[in-house]
Write a protein that binds this ligand. Structure first.
Ligand code: HEM
Length: 502
């Protein structure tokens, strides 16, 4: 019976597709790409795992600009530094929009946030406010003590496990670190790490992130309306996740409105947003929904990214013991000379090899490898190909990091020295290295993100030597990624720590 229903629905989809097709008035010369099937396009060829690697292989075959189809949508992937510059600098305004995504629409309160917002005057206003206030150097600095305290807490936990020669789950520890830091920065809340409130926050966050990463049929097969989303329970799941998220964020907002609330020692980010709400200083009305949408950016973008980066870094260091030793020696010598027992945020600028290591980590595994997709606002051309309005474009930052023209013959080698030999930074103007993107939609949290990853990363190197558990060899480490907004290593990284006393 189930098969008959699926068969009938599939037939209806095909019929609707052909009814929906308007007579073509314009023929486009699209970039080359794999041959698409009617109705579904290249859906059947989409990689289930490690999309950045598959698209890198596609680029070898079809070139640095390629196109494919999902349902009725045209998708384009850019894989060279030159074309990334054309897109993100020369034609930046025309690609400053985000494509349709039903999940983004709902989760972000109708796109009132930064990450998923359409390129409107409201978006430009909150982006400016974000750059000047939420993510400004002085605001990032006000939370320095939070990041340092939480990093110390993490080191103490690892030390305890080390006494019993037990393996620790670096992936889990890093997520706990970033979750705790984000809750304190965003809401001024200090949760017990293993308590019920923290568990609830993490569950809600996972739900929200999974909706953001889903492919909704309605976006690619619009003539099916919401029928396929409903039949596959995507609609119900999305609504449940949104409801849980909204209840939580509303509780946080209510707390800030409570006249008897004890204010945190440093104004949290939600306090700042609530001031904008009270002053209504924007040209566009800034409601409580807007507050919740913008705070969501900070929570969603802030937790996963830094954690994923440190896990990838530690993974590569286990595979490259000489790099590990060199980085450990630099950090340990510096701290010994200084007569301290902890690497602070201010110390990092005095650690050139470690800074190069951070860059190499973000080069070899940019944690948002396909950046966040852009949408073309009006018909244009790139590299002689037509890009119709409405096309979704991804820049494959993972491919840019492997461009031999820019990085030499062994781009897969983990070698921080390349950043001591070559003056390249991640600030969005060196197009062969774009872990934070570039242009008008570039990551506004770059400074905060690096601060969140440097302190735990450096202190892991300072305090411990690590071994792989159960006789595992470095070549046995699974390097697959888990698809999501930020690409985590799919298997958790577990290591046996040995405390080092400097
Ligand atoms: C290692 C840490 C991080 C990395 C690697 C990273 C990377 C990125 C990337 C690649 C983009 C897309 C840029 C583009 O489309 O050109 C992005 C966007 C964004 N990031 Fe980050 N990010 C990090 C940390 C953070 C943090 C800590 C926050 C905030 C607390 C943040 C907030 C955002 C927001 C709001 C956007 C959307 C910007 C827009 O559309 O205007 N990120 N990030």
């Amino acid at each position: 019976m189930k098969d008959i229903i699926i068969g009938v629905v599939a037939l209806a989809v095909v019929l609707l597709f052909f009814l929906y097709q308007k007579p073509r008035t314009k023929r486009y010369k699209l970039p080359p790409g794999p041959k698409a099937l009617p109705v579904i396009g290249n859906l059947h060829q989409l990689p289930k795992q490690n999309p950045q690697r598959s698209f890198y292989e596609w680029a070898k075959k079809y070139g640095p600009i390629l196109s494919y189809k999902i349902g009725s949508r045209t998708m384009v992937i850019i894989s060279s530094a030159d074309l990334a510059k054309e897109l993100l600098k020369t034609q930046d305004v025309n690609f400053a929009d985000r494509p349709p995504h039903r999940g983004h629409e709902v989760i972000s309160y109708g796109r009132r946030n930064l990450g998923m917002g359409h390129f409107t005057p409201y978006y430009r206003e909150i982006r400016k406010m974000g750059m000047n206030h939420l993510f400004s150097p002085s605001r990032v600095a006000t939370f320095k003590h939070v990041r340092e305290e939480e990093a110390k807490r993490m080191m103490a936990k690892i030390e305890k496990a080390g006494e019993k020669s037990e393996a620790v789950d670096i992936s889990e520890l890093m997520l706990t670190f970033t979750n705790s830091v984000v809750c304190r920065q965003a809401f001024g809340k200090k949760y017990n790490e293993d308590g019920e409130e923290m568990k609830r926050f993490i569950q809600i966050l996972y739900g929200t992130q999974s909706v953001l990463g889903k492919i909704f049929f309605s976006d690619f097969f619009p003539y099916t309306r919401y029928i396929l989303d409903d039949l596959t329970s995507q609609t119900t799941y999305m609504k449940e996740c949104f409801e849980r998220q909204d209840n939580y964020l509303q509780e946080v907002v209510n707390e800030t409105l409570d006249p008897n609330r004890v204010k945190p020692e440093t104004d949290s980010m939600i306090d700042l947003l609530m001031e904008i709400y009270k002053d209504q200083s924007f040209a566009t009305e800034f409601t409580i929904e807007n507050v919740k949408a913008v705070i969501l950016d900070i929570v969603v973008a802030g937790t996963d990214t830094a954690a994923a980066a440190v896990v990838w870094g530690m993974t590569y260091l286990m595979k490259y013991p000489k790099v590990m030793k060199k980085a450990q020696d630099e950090v340990r010598d510096y701290v010994r000379e200084k007569g301290s027992t902890f690497v602070t945020e201010d110390d990092v600028k005095n650690l050139p090899y470690f800074k190069a290591l951070v860059k190499e980590t973000l080069r070899i595994e940019p944690v948002i490898p396909l950046l966040i997709p852009r949408c073309c606002i009006k018909d244009t051309k790139i590299a002689g190909y037509d890009i119709p309005a409405g096309t979704t474009i991804n820049v494959n930052a993972w491919s840019l990091s492997r461009d031999e023209k820019e990085w030499g013959p062994n781009p897969d080698e983990f070698r921080p020295e390349r950043f001591l030999e070559k003056d390249v930074d991640f600030k969005g103007t060196d197009y062969e290295f774009l872990p934070f993107g570039s242009g008008r939609r570039m990551c506004p949290g770059m400074r905060l993100g690096t601060a969140m990853l440097e302190v735990p990363y450096a202190n892991l190197l300072l305090n411990f030597n690590f071994k792989l558990p159960n006789g595992m060899k470095p070549e046995d480490i699974n390097m697959d990624v888990m698809t999501g907004l930020a690409m985590h290593k799919s298997d958790h990284l577990k290591l046996v720590p040995e405390k080092v006393y400097n």
